[in-house]
Design a protein around this ligand. Structure first.
Ligand code: ATP
Ligand code: MG
Ligand code: MG
Ligand code: MG
Length: 566
């Protein structure tokens, strides 16, 4: 492409709300323009990058055996009512009515839609496993859209959904997706880490996030210095041992008002805090147990061990041998999940008489909390305090200490189990011709967020430095005085045509601008390879080449230039 044919909208100005470098550079380089809060126009240069990210994602999804389909952005509310998520999802879900007063939502994700599709289309176990994906616009009415396309309201996601007859098959596809995600982010050239993660409002059991490491990230990632353990702190805090810090009983003592909370309220709160383990326990336990008024999660075991324990507890909520000390002191039914040290104590209220001043805590001296009286406003303080993992704490994996770094969540994979298939009754015939509920996984990548994350990791004072894999153009040709020198114009055009013929994405700057302007624009928009053609070089039979990260240009003999470049 030639710049004369490209909307090259570079600018020095950045809006006041552009506080992170990727947002500033995406505006300055003319990749995006703001339309309204959390809504962006993607300019042609930006779309080129977006399409390259999509192409890599698509190739790797296809390679992993996923099938591409396309589902509507507009979704009927009935399906969200059927899944029970209409209420759970909260105000991020944008609802509206059509002219017939029917309720719809703008899709923030597509579990309901794909599950509805699959329950109609897939009849037999012989058609499974199957993994479907799309690259599609999502809308989430984020409370605080910010950082440009990193947290926008409308964005593009690659979302995939897999369906299985059993857990082993789900695990297999989950592992394949885990590998595919590693390949995708490696190919893009990002410095990223897969980490154990919470499952948020999507629910389910196993989950990993893929984080691009950057100071501007909104998530804290806890790493172990002694192993490859890594987890989002949202989750790591729930798994981490307390280390040497004092038990927060002083905080608890401040919690004064005896106040009974419904299970819905407690669940609601825990969901807000995105506390995977606790949430699942509560929700599952609630079906058969009396209201749980207090639940404290602390653990020093791997997530899968907790999972195993959890299932046992759900089956027999009151039979689990409790921590006797807690039980006696609390004077109410108390169960402590897992072996000594696992520390997921659960206190179950079976009568209003035992609502106040109970004791809870871990199976560990010095970590029992006394005088716990729950009041809605106080619960957040309590939980935040308990889950506060900091640098230097022992790692939950038992090896090394905690290091904390900031991460940008660019991908998230989940084992959903049968949450949606049960709710929506997605069943197929198994080998014995009985109908069986499907197991399900889902796998997201924030395609638009990836573009911003790549810039967060690749920039300097002159602008963006694209990894070759997603650069809008891999090469730019900047001719010196082309409009005055027919010789330069001719050589430039010839090289341009040659590169185009070789399938190189090349941008030729044919504007009648000063060299300084062209250089600074090409640097700002981040083209990795720059070629300069001028009279002097032509005289010497040389072409000037500069890699975007290099300080100095080099003169390459024109003869072997293409070989050098390729
Ligand atoms: P976050 O924690 O950042 O709010 P999420 O956990 O809500 O993200 P998921 O439901 O896991 O997001 O969606 C899959 C992917 O979609 C995320 O990993 C992220 O890359 C992307 N994504 C989510 N919300 C946004 C947003 N508001 N703007 C851009 N990308 C987003
Ligand atoms: Mg979110
Ligand atoms: Mg998240
Ligand atoms: Mg997520």
């Amino acid at each position: 492409m030639k710049t004369s044919n490209l909307l090259l909208s570079t600018t020095r100005e950045t809006p006041a709300d552009a506080v992170v470098i990727s947002h500033q550079l995406m505006i300055r380089a003319g990749l995006i323009r703001s339309l309204a809060g959390g809504l962006y126009n993607w300019l042609p240069l930006g779309v080129r990058v977006l399409r390259k990210v999509e192409a890599i994602v698509r190739e790797e999804m296809n390679r992993a055996g996923a099938q591409e389909l396309l589902m509507p952005v507009v979704q009927p509310m009935e399906l969200w009512e059927e899944s029970g998520r209409g209420i759970d999802y909260g105000p991020e879900l944008l609802r509206f009515k059509d002219r017939h007063q029917r309720d719809f939502v703008l899709g923030p994700t597509h579990e309901e839609i794909i599950t509805d599709l699959v329950r109609r289309e897939i009849r037999s176990y012989k058609q499974l496993p199957a993994n479907f994906y799309q690259i599609q616009t999502k809308f989430r009415d984020e409370i605080r859209p910010r950082f440009g396309v990193m947290r926008s309201r409308e964005f593009i996601m690659k979302d995939a959904y897999s369906f299985h007859m059993d857990r082993d098959s789900l695990q297999q596809t989950y592992d394949d997706m885990y590998q595919a995600y590693n390949r995708i982010f490696s190919r893009i050239g990002l410095d990223f880490r897969p980490v154990q993660a919470d499952t948020g409002s999507i629910g389910g059991d196993g989950s990993h996030e893929f984080h691009v490491l950057a100071d501007s990230g909104e998530d804290d990632i806890a790493f172990s210095t002694g192993s490859d353990f890594a987890a989002n702190v949202e989750l790591a805090e729930a798994l981490a041992p307390r280390g040497e810090r004092a038990a927060p009983s002083a905080e608890l003592d401040k919690v004064a008002t005896p106040n009974k909370h419904s299970i819905e309220e407690v669940c609601d709160f825990l969901q807000l805090k995105k506390k995977a383990v606790a949430k699942t326990l509560l929700v599952k336990g609630a079906k058969e147990a009396a209201p749980i008024v207090a639940l404290v999660v602390r653990g020093d075991h791997e997530l899968n061990e907790i999972k195993a324990q959890k299932l046992e507890w759900v089956a027999e909520p009151f039979e689990m041998a409790g921590d006797e000390e807690i039980k006696a002191a609390a004077g109410c039914s108390a169960g402590s999940i897992g072996p000594v040290g696992l520390s997921i104590p659960v206190i179950v209220d079976r009568s209003a008489a035992h609502m106040s001043d109970f004791v809870c805590g871990a199976n560990e001296d010095g970590y029992h909390f006394t005088g716990a009286n729950w009041d809605r406003d106080a619960i957040p303080t309590l939980i935040a305090d308990i889950r506060n993992v900091v640098k230097g704490d022992p790692s939950p994996c038992g090896q090394g200490k905690i290091e904390i770094r900031r991460g940008i969540e660019v991908g998230h994979i989940f084992q959903l189990g049968n949450k949606y298939s049960t709710a929506l009754n997605a069943t197929v015939q198994n080998e014995s011709s009985r109908s069986q509920v499907l197991e399900m996984g889902c796998y997201g990548i924030g395609v638009t967020r990836v573009v911003a994350a790549a810039i967060e990791q690749n920039n300097d004072e002159r602008g963006i430095i694209w990894p070759d894999s997603i650069a809008p153009f891999q090469v730019c040709i900047v001719p010196m005085q082309m409009h005055k020198s027919p010789r330069v114009a001719e050589a430039t055009e010839a090289l341009y045509q040659q590169l185009v013929g070789l399938g190189v994405d090349v941008l030729m700057d044919d504007r009648a601008e000063r060299p300084g302007v062209m250089f600074s624009d090409m640097d700002l928009i981040g083209i990795p390879h720059r070629i300069v053609i001028g009279e002097r070089g032509l005289d010497k039979g040389e072409i000037e080449y500069k890699y975007r990260r290099d300080e100095k240009a080099q003169d390459i003999p024109a003869e072997g230039f293409i070989d050098f470049l390729m």
